[in-house]
Design a protein around this ligand. Structure first.
Ligand SMILES: *Cc1c(COP(=O)(O)O)cnc(C)c1O
Length: 396
């Protein structure tokens, strides 16, 4: 998902516009900025591309999650259902609000399983945080049905799947709100940055206010603005947004290249009977940032992971043992609770996560490897990769 591969003249030109007019703050100071409003420009591009009424930029994907949950009304004591396989920011965002992360299992979509979600619902459940992992998508029909039945809010974390869709709807636009990350390794990058999209007026209003100290952003005079709510500073600068404007223009071309490269590699792996693929509830909406496949057993997956390394097939992730993305490898979850409560005191009422049964998720994740799909692979590099993959899997 690396937009950084395509940083070039377009990004420089956009950033230089901001530097040339000398004003980097995203709000107000209308006279000083000579009509350059890069954050607003990127927000309006996001609305067009994602078919939502509103988009709001913030400083990171993590702050987008914190802001969106807050704007949706999630707060102290509320339970938010999140997947066992995700980026750890899903947990951090919920805990930072004094809310309680409740883990549900993932299935062969690599995303939340609707039955598992339903089994975790209590009277305190407020929202489901669906995370569209590795360029693909969750089974949104099933998840939205559970949410409707139990009157729960749905937040879509599309940080790893920007530009993907489900039944024609852009990922992030289906739930009550959606979040994106524009950090330096995401599909499109602002250096650092994040975004929230929604069709809900109230969520949007609370989101832009909350992420800027509660300012109401009415009028042209910063000093005269009202402060209807408490907030924090999760703002994005116009310089970061300028970069995002150039990157967002390239999104669909990036996805086209990812799809082409992925289709080629997938056709090679399809020749090996032992390999199955991650289930995509809408194949045509895959943004193809990763090629994800499963082996029959954990032992064979460990073996293949090792052989891929030895063969020099870079960009492969065995998430089961990766300490950013899978619950089993997060010691920080255990130090949130119990006697230690280190390094910071967060919430007295968190459950004991050491007792959590993740066997259904383990059964999938222990057999799953994802390969990052790059944009700048040459024909020769792709051919080399194909030869190496054939060697690794033919040596069964
Ligand atoms: C990257 C990522 C985030 C956090 O984004 P940052 O911009 O790095 O804070 C959140 N969720 C998922 C699924 C991610 O991949």
């Amino acid at each position: 998902m690396p937009g950084f591969e395509w940083i070039g003249a377009e990004e420089k030109a956009e950033v230089n516009q901001v530097l040339d007019q000398g004003f980097i703050f995203r709000y107000n100071f209308d006279g000083a900025r000579n009509g350059v409003w890069k954050a607003q420009e990127m927000e309006s591009m996001l609305c067009d591309r994602m078919q939502t009424k509103h988009a709001h930029l913030v400083s990171s994907g993590t702050s987008a999650l914190c802001t969106a949950l807050t704007a949706m009304g999630v707060g102290a004591g509320d339970e938010v259902i999140i997947p066992t396989f995700t980026f750890v920011a899903s947990v951090e965002a919920v805990v930072s609000l004094g809310a309680i992360p409740v883990f549900a299992d993932v299935d062969d979509t690599l995303c939340l399983n609707a039955d598992s979600i339903e089994s975790k619902i209590t009277s305190r459940t407020k929202a489901i945080n669906v995370v569209h992992m590795c360029g693909g998508m969750a089974d949104m029909s099933a998840i939205i049905a559970v949410a409707k039945k139990h009157n729960l809010l749905v937040l879509e974390d599309a940080c790893q799947a920007i530009g993907g869709s489900y039944q024609g709807q852009p990922l992030g636009s289906i739930g009550d709100a959606g979040c994106f990350s524009f950090d330096s390794v995401k599909t499109i990058t602002c250096g650092e940055g994040g975004g929230i999209i929604t069709n809900n007026e109230t969520i949007y209003t609370h989101a832009h206010q909350y992420s800027d100290h509660g300012h109401d952003h009415i009028g042209h005079d910063r000093g005269a603005e009202g402060h209807p709510i408490m907030g924090l500073n999760y703002r994005l600068s116009d310089m970061n947004a300028a970069m995002g404007v150039a990157q967002l223009r390239k999104l669909d071309d990036m996805i086209a290249v990812q799809r082409k490269n992925k289709a080629l590699l997938k056709s090679v792996l399809s020749q090996f009977a032992e390999i199955s693929f991650r289930r995509l509830p809408d194949e045509s909406g895959d943004q193809a940032g990763f090629l994800t496949f499963m082996l029959p057993t954990e032992a064979r997956t460990i073996d293949i992971n090792q052989k891929l390394k030895e063969a020099g097939v870079d960009g492969c992730f065995y998430w089961y043992i990766n300490n950013w993305h899978y619950i089993k490898n997060w010691p920080q979850i255990q130090t949130m609770t119990g006697a230690a409560k280190l390094p910071i005191h967060l919430n007295d009422n968190l459950p004991d996560y050491t007792q959590l049964d993740t066997s259904a998720s383990d059964a999938i994740m222990s057999r799953t490897i994802s390969m990052l799909i790059k944009l700048n692979w040459t024909e020769a590099e792709l051919q080399q990769r194909i030869e190496k993959l054939k060697q690794v899997f033919a040596g069964a």
